[in-house]
Design a binder for this molecule. Structure first.
Ligand code: FMN
Length: 278
């Protein structure tokens, strides 16, 4: 699929064909895309647990539900659950992953990079500061004895998670699949998946073949461009060139806005096909 169509055609798909599994190679392709997401200073924080719905009991599926994630769990054949391993920073404090990046030619000497710079500047001033920053936030529930991590590491971790999720989502659509990020009950997930205490979980990618059409009712609403995007300084809207938006519409980045006139009928039809409330 063309990149423009992947960007423009991605929707949060909430209705899946429960009977159609995701091919092993497509699943791996999505995981490979997530692995290639940008990493803050070469830190490999991302961990993934893949869950196949058919291997969970009805009770386990029920326990994972939340107010905003309900029957998706009964439909999507695969959940890709992403984590940031906050303990990984300790292992990276020797600077080996940065030296590997430098050796791979990614960090040019012309920009100041060298093994010496990594050892004397980046590790102590950036990695160490990330680990030891006194501004700390609780990992998990805020209790007296809750484990804490530096706020900066938490920001880096949530950024890494978002980037991996984005790579995964876009790749899923490129593979002709449908996908959605959706919350799960993380207390139940901890029990079920048994991940370490210093892994920060985030919303899984629900993956499968859509039961709704590819348009899924049209492109979902966003705030006006000029309201949220600025040029040079907050308050100065970035001017949106209508010639550019016309071209983006031709390429499929900008698509017909939701709701398409037949969306309600589609939702009723799909719900009745899947035995869901209409
Ligand atoms: C971190 C994150 C968590 C989300 N969790 C849910 C969720 O629990 N339930 C849900 O229906 N959608 C969830 N979504 C999907 C958003 O509702 C969706 O992206 C938004 O409405 C825009 O629609 P679009 O993705 O189709 O463009 C989540 C999205 C993100 C980024």
């Amino acid at each position: 699929m063309e990149f423009a169509e992947v960007i423009g055609g991605r929707r949060s798909i909430r209705l899946f064909r429960p009977w159609r599994p995701v091919e092993r190679e497509k699943l791996q392709t999505v995981l490979e895309a997530m692995r290639l997401a940008p990493r803050l200073l070469g830190l490999d924080l991302i961990r993934i647990v893949v869950v196949h719905r058919e291997r969970l009991s009805a009770e386990e599926l029920g326990a994972l539900k939340t107010p905003t994630t309900t029957s998706q769990l009964d439909m999507a054949p695969v959940l890709i659950v992403p984590f940031a391993d906050l303990g990984a920073l300790e292992g990276a404090l020797d600077g080996a992953s940065l030296r590997a990046l430098a050796a791979a030619g990614a960090l040019p000497r012309s920009l100041g990079w060298s093994d010496d710079f990594i050892e004397t500047t980046v590790v102590p001033e950036v990695y160490r500061a990330l680990a030891d920053d006194e501004d700390r936030v609780a990992l998990g529930r805020r209790t007296e004895d809750a484990q804490t991590v530096s706020r900066r590491l938490m920001v880096a971790a949530t950024t890494a998670l978002g980037l991996a999720q984005t790579h995964g989502l876009l790749c899923a659509f490129d593979q002709g699949l449908g996908a959605q990020l959706s919350a799960i009950n993380f207390a139940a997930a901890k029990e079920l998946l048994g991940y370490p205490d210093d892994w920060l979980p985030s919303s899984p990618i629900f993956l499968g073949y859509p039961a709704e059409s590819a348009a899924a009712g049209g492109q979902r609403p966003r705030e006006p461009f000029e309201r949220d995007f600025f040029l040079g300084r907050y308050g100065v809207p970035f001017p949106r060139d209508l010639e550019v938006t016309r071209q983006l519409a031709d390429e499929g980045v900008l698509q017909a806005p939701a709701p398409l006139p037949w969306r309600r009928a589609e939702l009723r039809g799909v719900a009745s096909m899947l035995g869901l409330p209409t």
